[in-house]
Design a protein around this ligand. Structure first.
Ligand code: ATP
Ligand code: MG
Length: 269
């Protein structure tokens, strides 16, 4: 193979699976996303951090087609999907696991999983993926006939992720999976997210307020504030960044007098 061919092969392999280019999304007159650009490469876990109201959920809704951007492009595997209907986005391989783990409470665990596969017709593959989900989340196998509404919060989060996996996604959008869970459970779920990424090859976009756990699992991170991206870097570098440590991780900073104190909350500019 020539060097040029070799290089173009490498470039194809690392071409972004998703490129968001300068999108703007509104709620009526309110601009919630103010010109956001980012990219996600195949096999990566990319995290989007930000405080309440930063626009993280709106960003994911815009990618999954639940909301339409008024400006910008969302290039997924080479085609612009901005404004595409949500079910077509799912068929194209992007699954959105929403904030607040919205499972169907009256359906059983297994029925919820099956709902995740509604876009698929390969029954064989659906069965295989159901077994795969049960192998990652054994508690769901144990509770397969139980109504989802009776599961604990952590188990419901596992079910929400499992249901997303049932659509056989190439790219999974996870909205604050750590919300309301104990630190131990968050660790457990993030370890599984990491394994799914490595072992099943699911590329992940992970929205979080919990910067530490998200950066520990992610390859790359963006920080959002007031509808904009204000910082972007390798996750390991963001973890080391003073601003991130002070603002999101609650690490103590020095004062002029040399005494330690909790840094006052500041905003990114
Ligand atoms: N349905 C809505 N109607 C009007 N404004 C909304 C609506 N949903 C969100 N917003 C506003 O859009 C902005 C972004 O909200 P969004 O839910 O995307 O933030 P977020 O980063 O996900 O916050 P959180 O971490 O609290 O989930 C906020 O100012 C919010 O008040
Ligand atoms: Mg949100």
């Amino acid at each position: 193979m020539t060097i040029v061919a070799e290089r173009s092969k490498v470039e194809t392999a690392t071409a972004p699976v998703l490129q968001v280019r300068n999108i703007e999304t509104f709620y009526g007159p309110i601009m919630a996303i103010r010109g956001v650009s980012l990219e996600v490469r195949p096999g990566q876990i990319v995290t989007v951090l930000g405080a309440n109201g930063a626009g993280k959920t709106t960003l994911l809704k815009t990618i999954s087609g639940v909301m339409n951007p008024q400006k910008g492009e969302i290039i997924y595997r080479g085609a612009d999907i901005a404004g595409m209907e949500p079910d077509r986005v799912v068929r194209a391989g992007i699954v959105h696991v929403p904030e607040g783990r919205e499972v169907f409470p009256l359906l059983t665990v297994e029925e919820n999983l099956r709902m995740g596969a509604y876009v698929r017709s390969d029954q064989e593959g659906v069965r295989r993926d159901q077994d795969m989900v049960y192998s990652y989340f054994p508690i769901l196998a144990e509770r397969r006939r139980q109504a989802a509404g009776t599961l604990s919060g952590g188990q419901q989060q596992m079910l929400a992720i499992g249901r997303g996996l049932m659509a056989a996604p190439r790219l999974m959008l996870l909205d604050e999976p750590s919300l309301g869970l104990s630190p131990l459970l968050v660790k457990e779920i993030f370890a599984i997210v990491r394994r799914l990424n490595r072992e099943q090859g699911v590329t992940m976009m992970l929205v979080e307020q919990n910067a530490k756990v998200a950066l520990e699992v992610a390859d790359y991170g963006y920080v959002m504030e007031l509808g904009r991206i204000v910082m972007a870097d390798e996750a390991a570098r963001l973890l080391q960044s003073k601003d991130i440590q002070e603002f999101y991780l609650g690490v103590q900073g020095d004062t002029q007098r040399g005494q330690k104190r909790w840094k006052q909350k500041k905003t990114w500019r």
